[in-house]
Design a protein around this ligand. Structure first.
Ligand code: C2E
Ligand code: MG
Ligand code: MG
Ligand code: MG
Length: 285
């Protein structure tokens, strides 16, 4: 009897495991196909000045092919790109397309917006990033200070010495660096002092708590004064309502990004959105 039960148990786990393996394999196949057929695309989300509301910059965000069933989020497929090494190639395309769109925005609007591009851990510690950035700047003629790389706090912490070297050389190209999802990676203040970066992006989990949690609000205040002391620009991500917006503006946050301002959208929608913003600011002035 005990033996039979044991066997059932074993069978149950192995079926579950097998199912998980199949799901993962299927996902990997889909991701490989999306890359091979060049079907991944970029959405863009504006970042606005907290004081004036003026659009200053955009973040490029990868999107799953339209019409391919239930869309996978980048948090689901970017890890697959990392594991398979495809991120090298896709990361380069993302940099290039984001820079090309930044130039198009410049041509259409006459304003030089900054473009922020996410860089994953494998890209940061791989050997190709510097060359890729240099190549993109040369090919598009984008002013280097209009390009910002976003690296997560946890990625930069894997190997501080290598990170410092890589970021120092990238910054010599004239581009800027932001630490993404800041506040979630347990980095020490001393560590932050050593990182050659220009901006911090406060993680959405803090922004969500504004209005509900006094401790988080206190952390945000001290984070913003720390950033001021280190002369770092601060961007808040995931701003969804007026209360959060007001708090962040009063606390001295520099840039706001989130559904409250605009959802990530394809290039055409972004151009329309900018046009609308222009109209409404003219009405008000
Ligand atoms: P992230 O860089 O922290 O990007 C912010 C995420 O918050 C995005 O999720 C964005 O769509 C979402 N977001 C923006 N405003 C709001 C809001 O008001 N409320 C809520 N609930 N969410 C908001 P997304 O697009 O699903 O991307 C998830 C993550 O995938 C990104 O986090 C980034 O780490 C990664 N990722 C996206 N695109 C790329 C890429 O081109 N390369 C690499 N390496 N990673 C990417
Ligand atoms: Mg980001
Ligand atoms: Mg983020
Ligand atoms: Mg995030």
């Amino acid at each position: 009897q005990a033996k039979t039960q044991g066997q059932n148990h074993y069978q149950f786990f192995s079926e579950k495991l097998q199912h998980e393996v199949e799901v993962r394999l299927h996902r990997e196949q889909m991701v490989r196909r999306a890359v091979a057929e060049d079907r991944l695309w970029l959405a863009f989300q504006p970042q606005v000045c907290a004081r004036t509301g003026k659009t200053m910059s955009f973040e490029a965000l990868l999107r799953w092919p339209k019409g391919w069933g239930t869309p996978l989020s980048p948090s689901e497929f970017v890890p697959v790109l990392e594991d398979t090494g495809l991120i090298e190639q896709v990361g380069f395309q993302v940099l290039m397309q984001a820079a090309v769109f930044a130039k198009e925005l410049e041509r259409v609007t006459g304003a030089a917006y900054r473009m922020a591009v996410n860089v994953s851990m494998r890209q940061l510690y791989g050997s190709g990033l510097y060359e890729q950035v240099a190549q993109v700047l040369a090919a598009t003629n984008l002013a280097p200070d209009r390009l910002e790389l976003e690296l997560t706090e946890s990625a930069t912490m894997v190997d501080l010495e290598t990170t410092v070297k890589t970021l120092t050389s990238l910054r010599q190209l004239g581009i800027t660096i932001a630490i993404d999802d800041f506040g979630t990676g347990y980095s020490s203040l001393n560590y932050l002092r050593r990182l050659p970066v220009d901006a911090l992006k406060i993680d959405r989990s803090f922004v969500t708590e504004i209005g509900n949690n006094r401790e988080t609000e206190a952390i945000l205040h001290s984070l913003l004064s720390l950033a001021r002391a280190l002369r770092l620009k601060v961007i808040a991500e995931g701003v969804e309502n007026a209360r959060q917006e007001k708090f962040l503006r009063k606390a001295g946050c520099d840039l706001l990004q989130g559904y409250r301002i605009c959802r990530p959208a394809p290039t055409g929608t972004i151009l329309d959105w900018l046009e609308q913003q222009k109209d409404s600011s003219e009405e008000h002035s």
